[in-house]
Ligand binder design. Structure first.
Ligand SMILES: N[C@@H](CCC(=O)N[C@@H](CS)C(=O)NCC(=O)O)C(=O)O
Length: 210
C-alpha cells in the first residue's frame, strides 16, 4: 500500500473533506501541518508542492496531487474500492453536480464570507463586517436550496450509501451551523437539516471536524 501524506491546515474544510474519506475508508495516512494562519501555505517550499498555495496537497509515495475533487476521486479508487462513488451513471452525475455546486456557488458565500466574518474575525479580536455577511446569505441559500432539490438526505445525500459528496458538504455545514445565519440559509432545506442531524453524529465527523 502506498504511503499517504495529507499536507494541510486541520481546520480547513477541504483538508477535512480528504480526511473524512480516509477515516471512513479506514486508511492509514499522515497529516503534515501547513498552517495558513501563519502563511505557511505561501512559503516557497509549499508552493513547490501546490503552485496556488492552497491546502490540501496529497503526497502518494512522493508524487504530489492537489485539487480536492481529484484527491477524493483518487483516494476513493485506491483506498475504498470506489465504495463512495455510485455505479449508477445518473447518481454519479448527481454526486459530481453537488460537489460542483459546493465549489462554485456555496464555498465562497458560506466560508469566505459568513464563516470567516462570524467565527474567524472575532476569534482574532476583530469585528465582523455585517454587510459582507448579509450579502452572502442569499447566494448561500440559493446553493443550499439547489443541493436540497438534488438530495435524498437520509441518511446520506444520495440515499442509503455514503458518497464523496457527503465528505465535501459535511465540513461546510460544520462551520455554517455555528453561525446565526444557518437557520435562514437552511429554512427551505428540511432534507439537508435531517441529513446534518444524522451525519454530524458519525465518529469520523466527530474526529475530523471537532
Ligand atoms: N480548489 C482547491 C481549493 C482549496 C482551498 O481553497 N483551500 C483553502 C482552505 S479551505 C486554502 O488553502 N486557503 C488558504 C489561502 O487561500 O490562503 C481545492 O479544491 O483543493
Amino acid at each position: 500500500m502506498a504511503t499517504l501524506t495529507v499536507h494541510g491546515t486541520p481546520v480547513s474544510t477541504y483538508v477535512r473533506t480528504v480526511r473524512l474519506l480516509l477515516e471512513e475508508a479506514g486508511a492509514e495516512y499522515d497529516l503534515k501541518s501547513v498552517d495558513f494562519f501563519k502563511g505557511e501555505n505561501d512559503s516557497t517550499e509549499y508552493r513547490a508542492k501546490h503552485p496556488f498555495g492552497k491546502v490540501p496537497t496529497l503526497e502518494v509515495d512522493g508524487e504530489l496531487l492537489y485539487e480536492t475533487v481529484a484527491i477524493t476521486g483518487y483516494l476513493d479508487t485506491v483506498v475504498a474500492d470506489n465504495k463512495f462513488s455510485p455505479s449508477d451513471p445518473m447518481l454519479q452525475a448527481r454526486m459530481r453536480q453537488i460537489m460542483a455546486i459546493i465549489d462554485s456557488y456555496l464555498y465562497s458565500p458560506a466560508i469566505t464570507s459568513i464563516v470567516i466574518q462570524r467565527l474567524i474575525v472575532p476569534s482574532q479580536g476583530g469585528t465582523p463586517n455585517e454587510d459582507k455577511v448579509n450579502n452572502a446569505v442569499a447566494p448561500a441559500k440559493t446553493a443550499v436550496d439547489a443541493i436540497e432539490s438534488l438530495t435524498v438526505g437520509s441518511p446520506y445525500l444520495l440515499g442509503s450509501e455514503m458518497s464523496i459528496a457527503d465528505f465535501h458538504l459535511i465540513p461546510i455545514f460544520t462551520y455554517l451551523s455555528m453561525t446565526p445565519e444557518f437557520d435562514a440559509i437552511t429554512a427551505q432545506a428540511p432534507k439537508l437539516r435531517t441529513w446534518w442531524d444524522e451525519v454530524s453524529k458519525l465518529p469520523s465527523v466527530k474526529k475530523v471536524c471537532a
